[in-house]
Design a protein around this ligand. Structure first.
Ligand code: SF4
Length: 237
């Protein structure tokens, strides 16, 4: 997978000198976060690539905790893509209702299951290009599956935590997830693309919360331009 995933998208890129400093600061942040969260990993429960694909589709606008509750029963009832095609839309909607946006998610899951059954003999394809062709699968889901199920760094997963922390840490000025990812792949070493989002998500949940981030307890405070210890303004307030 090319690292220039959005060559058509123009973003405000730092100069070469700034980029070098930004890369150094990013490496320092990663090092500190690795020390703080040595066990950071995907918090969705799954036992194969297909289950991770379904769990990630369900995780849109929903907590991983809630998704894990729903998939505990769901993965017992539906084991293969074709199982999702044997039930009516309304039955699947009921099974995933508590994850929210259940109508859209049902369409995505049954659409993806149909393509996997008809074109991939029920297997999940192992390239990001093929994953992105599946209904309801955008870059975040494709990157989660590639990185966690197949161990391939295809990009950086950008969710709400990664968006918030990357912006607060001054790693990007962008708001659009694809543009944020484009900025991050320029400054995060490729070997850390997968762990990077797990680290930011862990830190976002525990310390750099959306409201009232705990800057005084933050291990990357010295590297952070948004710290209220420096600015006097609480980020997100
Ligand atoms: S210093 Fe504050 S704003 Fe910056 S990363 Fe830490 S908790 Fe978040």
């Amino acid at each position: 997978m090319t690292t220039k995933l959005t060559s058509k998208i123009k973003s405000e890129k730092p100069s070469k000198v700034d980029l070098k400093g930004l890369k150094t600061r990013t490496r320092k942040i990663i090092q500190l976060l690795k020390r703080a969260y040595p066990d950071a990993k995907c918090s969705l429960n799954y036992s194969n690539a297909f289950e991770l694909l379904i769990a990630t589709i369900l995780s849109a606008q929903c907590t991983d905790e809630r998704v894990n509750i729903v998939t505990a029963d769901l993965f017992r009832k539906y084991r293969k893509p074709e199982d999702y095609l044997k039930v009516s839309e309304s039955e699947l909607q009921n099974d995933i209702r508590t994850t929210g946006f259940f109508r859209n998610k049902t369409r995505s899951i049954q659409g993806a299951a149909k393509v996997l059954t008809e074109h991939y003999s029920g297997r999940v394809p192992e390239t990001i290009e093929e994953l992105l062709e599946l209904p309801g699968v955008a870059r975040k889901t494709a990157n989660v599956v590639m990185g966690n199920a197949f161990g391939v760094a295809s990009g950086v997963v950008v969710d709400t935590h990664v968006t918030r922390l990357s912006r607060r840490l001054g790693l990007t000025q962008q708001k659009d997830p694809v543009k944020i990812e484009n900025d991050l792949i320029d400054i995060v070493p490729k070997s850390d693309w997968v762990i990077f989002s797990h680290l930011l998500i862990a830190h976002g949940r525990k310390i750099c919360k959306a409201r009232n981030p705990l800057c005084a307890e933050c291990v990357v405070e010295k590297q952070c331009p948004s710290s209220y210890l420096k600015t006097g303004v609480i980020p997100g307030s």
